[in-house]
Design a protein around this ligand. Structure first.
Ligand code: SF4
Ligand code: SF4
Ligand code: SF4
Length: 435
């Protein structure tokens, strides 16, 4: 394909990736990342392939490339994590990896003797700065790829009986057949930058079901059994790590096990104030004053500094300090409660309901609508002129703030999703709803 590669292929690749679920604002830092990770030939295929999950035949038609070339490039890119391959509807389907969860994680999960990991860590660290966070979480966004999974041991007794399965790591493990564990990209990045200050192990990120199959197939994760997965979660509880999960109720693909010092998500909240990066769980930390000694261990443990120790109320002579929780930012992770020696600190149910999309399909639709890229998934073939027009006009309509607000509102959201699902079925793409 070399002779067909345009001069500005990395600029066009940047535009293509910016049209996915996660926005990637263009600048010289992104240019450097893309030039380092993709060959020009790989970049050209990504630019020409559809935005959504597509078969090899569909990619051949959209790109105008021969089957052998497409298969070779897809094979190389899936092993590098630049393209994701999923077994759906009885065949493999491919889609370009977004920046997260995708390019960043998979690149830094790779291991091997000849990899340029130090340079990749530097380039990705440079790019994923405040401008990147601002583009994705800076506008008070409601939907995110990530949500907090509470540590079950941190729940108050009354909540233990009522917790729903999609909020329980134990139910996720019990209901899944295949599991994998891979390197934590954030810690791996910090290690190569010489800035890793914690001793939290590198092997940490967990994948489930079809995502685990993809990680194992491409050498990005190690297959483990159910017992090892249970032990892995118990280790994270003992280490006081935050469980950051896929923001869906069924077919959860991943759970991250995050430390406050390395995790770019938690640092985005605690250092830069982007509270929408990880959505809260359905719980919130609360303190029973009569049981509290004022030791401050909960405040030390909180990964986003949501607990302040203040001079104790004079009516509480038994302790010098009171722990005060900032309920506006508390994630409901339960790390504070795990460290509380007296049981005073516990997770309780939130009064306001937290909306968790049913499936990855729903999450991608809602998140892409919020980010202004939904039109690319609805009309995803760059080779068809009619779809190019539809993308342009639909995109302009969906980006109108009143339209976006209305479709995301409680009253219209389910109608909007039902309409999109109906359209997807009529296109013969019902397999997408399995995600
Ligand atoms: S999000 Fe958390 S577990 Fe995932 S790569 Fe970053 S620190 Fe590691
Ligand atoms: S106070 Fe901090 S540690 Fe406790 S649940 Fe909230 S975010 Fe987690
Ligand atoms: S760890 Fe428990 S006892 Fe100590 S200050 Fe926090 S709530 Fe109180």
């Amino acid at each position: 394909m070399g002779h067909l590669v345009g001069k500005d292929v990395f600029r066009r690749l940047g535009r293509k990736l910016d049209g996915l679920e996660i926005r990637v604002p263009w600048n010289e830092k992104l240019h450097a990342v893309l030039k380092e990770l993709y060959s020009a030939e790989e970049a050209e295929l990504i630019v020409r392939m559809p935005y959504g999950l597509s078969t090899v035949q569909e990619i051949e038609r959209a790109s105008g490339q021969e089957s052998a070339t497409v298969l070779r490039l897809l094979g190389e890119m899936t092993r590098k994590g630049l393209v994701m391959d999923l077994w759906l509807g009885g065949e493999y389907r491919y889609t370009p990896s977004p920046m997260i969860v995708g390019l960043f994680e998979f690149t830094l999960m790779r291991v091997g003797p000849d990899l340029n990991t130090r340079e990749w860590a530097r380039l990705l660290h440079d790019y994923m700065d405040e401008a990147f966070c601002e583009a994705n979480w800076g506008d008070g966004s409601c939907f995110s790829i990530f949500r907090t999974l509470p540590h079950e041991e941190a729940l108050r007794q009354a909540e233990c009986a009522e917790i729903l399965d999609y909020d329980k790591a134990s139910a996720l493990i019990a209901g899944t057949k295949r599991f994998s564990i891979g390197l934590c990209s954030c810690r791996h990045e910090m290690l190569h930058l010489g800035e890793k200050s914690c001793d939290t192990p590198l092997e940490s990120c967990t994948q489930f079901g079809y995502a685990a199959e993809m990680m194992i197939r491409n050498g990005l994760g190690r297959e483990v059994g159910r017992r090892e997965m249970k032990e892995h979660f118990a280790r994270s509880r003992d280490l006081g790590l935050v469980l950051t999960a896929d923001n869906v109720r069924k077919n959860m693909r991943f759970v991250c096990h995050c430390c406050s010092c390395c995790c770019y998500l938690l640092r985005g909240i605690s250092r830069h104030g982007f509270t929408g990066i990880i959505l809260t769980s359905g719980y919130i930390a609360g303190i029973t004053r009569e049981k509290c000694s004022g030791c401050g261990l909960c405040a030390q443990a909180c990964p986003i500094n949501a607990i302040a120790m203040v001079a104790a109320d004079t009516r509480s002579p038994k302790r010098k300090q009171d722990a005060v929780i900032d309920t506006a930012i508390c994630l409901g992770c339960g790390v504070c409660a795990l460290k509380c020696p007296s049981g005073a600190c516990r997770l309780t149910s939130r009064e306001q309901r937290v909306i968790t999309p049913e499936s990855t399909f729903e999450r991608v639709m809602l998140h892409s609508l919020e980010k202004g890229t939904l039109q690319n998934l609805l009309f995803d073939n760059p080779a068809r002129i009619d779809q190019t027009f539809l993308r342009f006009f639909t995109g302009a309509f969906l980006r109108l703030p009143p339209v976006k607000r209305a479709l995301l509102s409680d009253s219209l959201r389910s109608v909007f999703l039902a309409t999109v699902k109906g359209g997807v079925r009529r296109q013969g793409r019902g397999w997408a709803l399995e995600l």
